[in-house]
Structures are given as structure tokens and as C-alpha cells.
Write a protein that binds this ligand. Structure first.
Ligand code: NAI
Length: 466
């Protein structure tokens, strides 16, 4: 790469291959293509400057090109060090969109790439963030607090934070006032995933959200599809590509039975594994039991299970004391957003043998070995290619609508966390029916009136849970 090029990818020569896959993905992403069709001419995102932090995959490539087709300028990084598909990054960079994403980038590179999505060549600011997990938002907000003199950088709580804080200090030294100026310029953020949304609600509760946020995750057509049906396809895909292990007959433990846990348990069960579930929430535990899974304590199945998958979005789920009890060659992986679900750092002193990228065998002092996937980072994107295009089309159509909503109607929104209205959620679903040959029944006026809706919808009250 020459110093003047405004992108960092593994190999720009992969662009042709990436473009072929983008062309195929477009045929499976009817929601995004319909958005281009409906809004391409009116250019509702003209003037939008979007900093995107979301797994740089082929599907994300179609999202980026949709945002651009609607008039936006875009800069992009991945939200995980292992999730980039290098051919996708190359194809997007080759069109002139600044992309900073390499599969297997270091943590230092990760945070410097996050910084780069805010560094416009004309020195201007971004007015929108499209985030997945909240890292891009957090980068700006923590930086701005540090510039205001708050003591937020002196005590990093982890190696990750140490690297993040170093990057913030570097930017503060190079561009005084950068974070405050950038924060002020932001109209808002749209957030993709459960973990990022949790962070936003915490910020809002603490009075620290300086702009409105749209919670894309809790559109029904996102979390009840991507988190569930997406993981149903991509979890086993990741385990197979990593290990080629025979799944049928194995005992698999899924920690957490929320949307991702439900999809993950279905994935393993569909592959013939005997699935057990751990849960903290009695409602989800009851769902797991009634879906036919044994609900257990992790402690009780450590020595008998072959595969362990965390899906909780919570920390310290599989700890060192658990891994000590597991059987030889047990497979351990996580599909939740962050890598703190498994205590990977506690294994660092043991003997690691790298089998191939994102697959490690770790030998304990007594000779027992574990197979660890993606160093505890989300394995469906680290060991495979994430969810299929079709389900990501639903997620990303919500993202496009959310970006448009904030850009056009920012003043209607208070500085808190919002979800898209139900009629848009239903619209996203509607856009995906034709592709599956699904035919929708039309309610008569009488039928609609009888159940208290209109024939055009919305068809459910907001409290309905699907
Ligand atoms: P959720 O909130 O629906 O489910 C998480 C479940 O874990 C809850 O039911 C909770 O009670 C349970 N849980 C929490 N602590 C537990 C513990 N100590 N032991 C057992 N269960 C526990 O969240 P959702 O939507 O399922 O997301 C989970 C994670 O996956 C989040 O980090 C989210 O961001 C991420 N995610 C990852 C995707 C991927 O492609 N890898 C796709 C979508 C979400």
C-alpha cells in the first residue's frame, strides 16, 4: 500500500474474488436491494458521513454499497480482530471506500483502524456511527471525557483497555480537541447487537449518552432472525471448519438460551449432537427444557461433554476451574460478542500449539488438551464466515432505515435509546417474503377490525413478543 492510499486491507488483489461474491450476495439480500431501488434516486443519505464498525464481511460489503447508493460517504473498520473477510475488504477498498480491516489484525491495529474511520481526508467529522458492539461509540465518548479532564484513562481493566487507552492518548496528542469536536458533530448512532445495546442503555441511564441511539438489535426482524436463525447456520459451520469433528452423538453444552443460545442449540441439535443448556433466567431455562434440552449446571457436565459454547453476552462463564475438569480434547468456543465469556487469559501460561489460524490446542500441566476456537472470540465469524447473506439482509435493512431515520429526523429523538417503529419492522420482513415464495394472507376489513388492526398493519401491539 502506498502512503497516499486511504485504506488498509490484507491484499487488494483479492478485490475481483470479493466482487464475484458480492454479486452473489446481492441476489440473497432482497431488503438491501429494495432499499437501493426505493431510495436510490432521492439520496436520503446525501451529506451523511458514516463511520462504520462492523465485521467486514461480504454481507457488510453489500450494506456499505447500499449506504453509498443512498448518498452517504462511508469509512469502515471491522468490530473484531478475526472477523474480516479479506476479499470483501479488498473489493470495497477497490471502489474507493476507505476500509481498515485485516483478518487477524493485532489489538493495536484494531484500535488504530477504529481511529481511522473518523479521520476524513478533509479533516472534517463523521455525523453518524454505525456500530456493532459499541467500540466506535465508546472510542469517541471515552476520548471526549478524557479531553474534558476526567480521569478515565489511568486504570485500564484489561489488556484490551490498555491498548484502547494508548490509542486515545495518541490521538489526543496528535489532534488536540479531536474527540470533543467529533462527539459534537455526531447526530447519533445505530447499534447492531445485544451487547452494544446493553452498553448504550447503561450510558443513557448514567446520563452519558450525548446523542440519540437506535437499537437495531431489538427490531424483531433482527434479533429474532439474525441472532437465532443466523447462529443456527453459522455456529456448526464454524466448529466444522475449525475442527472437522463428527458432531453427531457428541454431547454439547450451550451456555445461555437467549436468541443466540436458541439458534446455537438448534444448530448443534440439527447436526446430531446431544445438547444440554445452562441458563440463569427461569423463563429461558423453561423454554430450553420445553424445547427438549436438558437444563444443567455447567459444573455437573464438565467431564462428560465434548463441546462447550458460550452465548451469554456475560463474562466469566467458562473459567479456569471449569476447563481443568473438562475431558481431553474437549472443544471450547464462544459465539457471544466479546471474548470475556471464556477465561482465555488464565490459559496463557500453558502450552499452546497453533493448529491453524484461529484454532489452538492447549495442553494442561497434566497432559490433558483442549481445542480453543478463535481465542475465545466469536467463532462463527472467526472460524467461518458469519451468518448467510439472506438473514443479514434483514438485519442490515434495519440498519439502513435507522441511519436514514437519525439523519433525517434527529430532532424528533431525545438523547436516549430508541427502536424502529413496528411498521418498519414489518416492512423489512415483507421485503424478504418473495425470495422464499411466501404468500401473505390479506385480512378483510372485517377481520382486521375484529382483531383491532388495519389490513395494512401493524399487525401486533408493541408488547407482543413473537
Ligand atoms: P440474550 O440476552 O437474548 O441471551 C443471553 C442469555 O444468556 C440470557 O437468557 C441470559 O439469561 C443468559 N445468561 C447470562 N448469564 C448467564 C450465565 N452465567 N449462565 C448461563 N446463562 C446466562 O442475548 P443474545 O441476543 O442471545 O446475544 C448473546 C450474545 O451474542 C451477545 O453478546 C450478542 O451481542 C451476541 N451476538 C452474536 C452474534 C454472532 O453472530 N456471533 C449474533 C447476535 C448476537
Amino acid at each position: 500500500m502506498s502512503a497516499t492510499e486511504d485504506f488498509i486491507v490484507a491484499d487488494i488483489a483479492l478485490a475481483d474474488y470479493g466482487r464475484k461474491e458480492l454479486d452473489i450476495a446481492e441476489t440473497e439480500m432482497p431488503g438491501l436491494m429494495a432499499a437501493r431501488e426505493e431510495f436510490g434516486e432521492s439520496q436520503p443519505l446525501k451529506g451523511a458521513r458514516i463511520s462504520g464498525s462492523l465485521h467486514m464481511t461480504i454481507q457488510t460489503g453489500v450494506l456499505i454499497e447500499t449506504l453509498k447508493a443512498l448518498g452517504a460517504d462511508v469509512r469502515w473498520a471491522s468490530c473484531n480482530i478475526f472477523s474480516t473477510q479479506d476479499h470483501a475488504a479488498a473489493a470495497i477498498a477497490a471502489t474507493g471506500t476507505p476500509v481498515f480491516a485485516v483478518k487477524g489484525e493485532s489489538l493495536e491495529e484494531y484500535w488504530s483502524y477504529t481511529d481511522r474511520i473518523f479521520q476524513w481526508t478533509d479533516g472534517g467529522q463523521s455525523n453518524l456511527i454505525l456500530d456493532d458492539g459499541g467500540d466506535a461509540t465508546m472510542y469517541i465518548l471515552i476520548g471526549a471525557r478524557a479531553e474534558a479532564g476526567e480521569d478515565v484513562l489511568s486504570k485500564p481493566g484489561s489488556e484490551e483497555e490498555e491498548v484502547l487507552f494508548a490509542q486515545i492518548k495518541k490521538r489526543m496528542a496528535e489532534t488536540p480537541g479531536f474527540f470533543t469536536k467529533q462527539r459534537t458533530a455526531l447526530l447519533g448512532v445505530t447499534e447492531e447487537t445485544t451487547t452494544g445495546v446493553n452498553r448504550l442503555y447503561q450510558l443513557a441511564r448514567a446520563g452519558q449518552l450525548p446523542f440519540p441511539a437506535i437499537n437495531v438489535n431489538d427490531s424483531v426482524t433482527k434479533s429474532k432472525f439474525d441472532n437465532k436463525y443466523g447462529c443456527k447456520e453459522s455456529l456448526v459451520d464454524g466448529i466444522r471448519r475449525a475442527t472437522d469433528v463428527m458432531m453427531a452423538g457428541k454431547v454439547a453444552v450451550v451456555c445461555g438460551y437467549g436468541d443466540v443460545g436458541k439458534g446455537s442449540a438448534a444448530s448443534l441439535s440439527g447436526a446430531g449432537a446431544r445438547v444440554k443448556v445452562t441458563e440463569a433466567d427461569p423463563i429461558c431455562a423453561l423454554q430450553a427444557a420445553m424445547d427438549g434440552f436438558e437444563v444443567v449446571l455447567l459444573e455437573d457436565v464438565l467431564s462428560t461433554a465434548d463441546i462447550f459454547v458460550t452465548t451469554t453476552g456475560n463474562k466469566d462463564i467458562i473459567r479456569l476451574e471449569h476447563m481443568r475438569e473438562m475431558k481431553d480434547m474437549a472443544i471450547v468456543g464462544n459465539i457471544g460478542h466479546f471474548d470475556n465469556e471464556i477465561q482465555v487469559n488464565s490459559l496463557r501460561n500453558y502450552k499452546w500449539t497453533n493448529i491453524k489460524p484461529q484454532v489452538d490446542m492447549i495442553a494442561f500441566p497434566d497432559g490433558k488438551r483442549l481445542i480453543l476456537l478463535s481465542e475465545g472470540r466469536l467463532l462463527n465469524l472467526g472460524n467461518a464466515t458469519g451468518h448467510p447473506s439472506f438473514v443479514m439482509s434483514a438485519s442490515f435493512t434495519n440498519q439502513v432505515l435507522a441511519q436514514m431515520e437519525i439523519f433525517q429526523n434527529r430532532d424528533k429523538y431525545e438523547n436516549t435509546v430508541h427502536v424502529l417503529p413496528k411498521h418498519l419492522d414489518e416492512k423489512v420482513a415483507r421485503l424478504h417474503l418473495d425470495k422464499l415464495g411466501a404468500k401473505l394472507t390479506v385480512l378483510s376489513e372485517e377481520q382486521a377490525a375484529y382483531i383491532g388492526v388495519t389490513p395494512e398493519g401493524p399487525f401486533k401491539p408493541d408488547h407482543y413478543r413473537y
